[in-house]
Design a protein around this ligand. Structure first.
Ligand SMILES: Nc1nc2c(ncn2[C@@H]2O[C@H](COP(=O)(O)OP(=O)(O)OP(=O)(O)O)[C@@H](O)[C@H]2O)c(=O)[nH]1
Ligand SMILES: [Mg+2]
Length: 553
């Protein structure tokens, strides 16, 4: 479980850390989290899907929000079953949020949502409770409008609803978040009604009259307040107002703060007794509404387990007949030794050993372990043709930039493989069955249309450049490396920022030589003339900075 929200678990190198300062994730990074739920919580999981025991393993992949790195998102979605979509309270649903939602739904990935940076609405925008409710409502409505055209009965309801617990609200940076479930549990004790009934009342036009102690749908009653505002936002506003409300920010030992902490059942121990202002606010909010709890609960209850998800994903994933043994094993998420291994490698992740890669992917059937010989079927594999069969040397768990040894990796799980990287280009299907067809190649939502030509500063470095380009192409899902008719080496990407990073990686890591680069040239691939509304444009080398389109996801 993530306990320290100030720690960044998902930055993998100094270069990435540098980009993180600019507020951008450039590479998907996997991390596995362990969670344990109470028996009471398990009942809610069981209400949504079959489950066993109280322990859960969550394989989380943090992926970039910037449009240039959409290919990283596609690669992450292929190996997951659910998505936690992060939307900004102030910006709302952006074009890129819609793109990610569309990508997720195309892969039959179920989304849940968190509306982040709620702190800014209170501290900077100083929104009233009703204004904040209306802003949340609008954001959720826009997300659901984006989802609506892709509703897929096989996956179930993929829209998000606060009153069902599929929307969380919070401030990731400060480590606090909640869903209506937490507040419904608190309020259901007070009102003696069921939690599910309470969740219904905590969203939408459900108002409470303190005098009559009655719930009403009538917003004209002057004595009433919206359930969400009264029972969810009021305690949050109280914390913010008490600590940050006056000119002087409050100290943890201030009588108002002590009294509020007592009412909320929060204790301030050790160094927390010295906190004041924002540090105090952060500490109180984390204790009141710990983000890890809310988010893990939401993901465990509402995102499907591999067993549930593979039932409906099998037909979109597997290219072979739906009644062959591989399709059946995928559909059943069968980890048994008799089941054929079907694994999809979605990404090649550079290892500390220069020039070597972990083959990162998802086991859809069977169990992968060291020594197992697998057929390596590339993206252009034609069933019935010969392919290389290689033994897996080791299986590893990817933990941010680090790895941990793993004994084996059964169906439904994600892992990295050591020892087969030389035989995989970008992605592959691994299988133990000779008759197996491929797992479908990923469909990227952006095309690589920006080109840069590269040459080594020193001509004798050409072999190093060629080798470096091979490595770059291997590890970057959205980058294509090609040679032009005149023999120039061209790198194509989705945008300027993606290319800038690829070139830096090439120069400093993959090739490790000084490189000359041409200016980026935008390819004009689609003929626009056929569309009557378009005036013809000769697509010149004008590059609209993709950075301007940066959106916080
Ligand atoms: N006020 C406030 N700022 C936040 C919060 N969460 C993140 N930020 C800030 O928003 C910026 C972006 O945060 P990241 O966590 O890098 O966002 P991201 O969604 O991972 O961005 P990409 O990886 O580029 O898609 C940083 O400057 C954070 O400090 C929050 O809850 N409140
Ligand atoms: Mg990020």
């Amino acid at each position: 479980m993530i306990h320290d929200p100030t720690k960044r678990y998902t930055s993998t190198s100094a270069h990435q850390a540098n980009l993180q300062e600019r507020g951008i994730t450039i590479k998907s990074t996997g991390i596995s989290l362990h969670a344990e739920l109470s028996d009471e919580d398990i009942k809610d999981v069981e209400a949504h899907q079959p489950t066993k025991g109280n322990q859960f393993l969550i394989n989380l992949i943090d992926s970039p929000g910037h449009v240039d790195f959409s290919a990283e998102v596609t690669a992450a979605l292929r190996v997951t079953d659910g998505a936690l979509v992060v939307v900004d309270t102030i910006e709302g649903v952006s074009v890129q949020t819609e793109t990610v939602l569309r990508q997720a739904l195309a892969e039959r990935i179920k989304p849940v949502m968190i509306i982040n940076k709620v702190d800014r609405a209170l501290l900077e925008l100083k929104l009233s409770k009703e204004e904040l409710y209306q802003s949340f409502r609008k954001t959720i409505e826009s997300a659901n409008a984006a989802i609506a055209p892709y509703v897929d009965p096989a996956v179930g309801d993929v829209q998000v609803h606060p009153n069902q617990g599929t929307v969380a609200f919070g401030a990731g940076k400060d480590g606090w978040a909640f869903t209506l479930r937490q507040f419904a549990i608190m309020a259901s004790n007070k009102f003696g009604v069921k939690k599910e009934r309470m969740m219904e009342r905590l969203w939408g036009d459900n108002f409470y009259n303190q005098q009559t102690k009655k719930w009403t749908k009538n917003s004209n009653d002057p004595e009433r307040e919206r359930g969400f505002n009264m029972f969810v936002l009021t305690p949050i506003y109280q914390v913010f107002n008490t600590v940050m409300g006056s000119d002087e920010t409050k100290h943890a030992m201030d009588p108002d703060v002590v009294a509020l902490c007592e009412r909320m059942g929060i204790t301030m121990k050790g160094e927390a007794r010295e906190f004041k202002g924002k540090a105090l606010l952060r500490d109180m909010m984390q204790k009141f509404l710990p983000a890890a709890e809310a988010l893990l609960e939401m993901m465990i209850i509402h995102l499907p387990s591999p067993v549930v998800a593979q039932k409906y994903r099998a037909e979109t994933l597997y290219e072979g007949p739906m009644d062959d043994k591989n399709a059946v094993a995928i559909r059943d998420c069968d980890p048994s030794p008799d089941a054929p291994v079907m694994m999809y490698i979605s990404k090649m992740v550079p290892s500390a050993d220069r020039g070597r890669f972990f083959a990162f992917g998802r086991v859809f059937s069977g169990t992968v372990k060291a020594g197992l010989k697998v057929r390596i079927q590339g993206s252009d594999y034609i069933p019935g043709t010969k392919v290389q069969t290689k033994a897996i040397q080791r299986t590893v768990l990817m933990m941010g930039g680090k790895t941990e040894p793993l004994e084996d990796c059964p169906a439904g799980n994600i892992c990295g493989l050591v020892g087969i990287d030389q035989f995989i280009l970008k992605s592959a299907t691994l299988t133990t069955d000779e008759s197996a067809h491929n797992l479908r190649v990923m469909k990227f939502s952006v095309s690589p249309v920006v080109n840069v030509a590269v040459t080594p500063v020193n001509a004798q470095d050409i072999p190093k450049l060629v080798e470096g380009l091979k490595r770059l192409s291997k590890t970057e899902p959205g980058i294509i490396v090609k040679t032009s008719e005149s023999g120039e080496h061209i790198i194509s990407g989705a945008g300027e920022l993606q290319l800038e990073i690829a070139l830096k990686d090439l120069e400093e890591d993959h090739a490790n030589i000084p490189i000359k680069k041409s200016n980026p040239i935008v390819e004009c691939t689609r003929p626009l003339i056929s569309h009557t509304n378009f005036r013809p444009r000769n697509c010149a080398a004008t590059l609209i900075s993709s950075r301007a389109r940066k959106v916080a996801q």
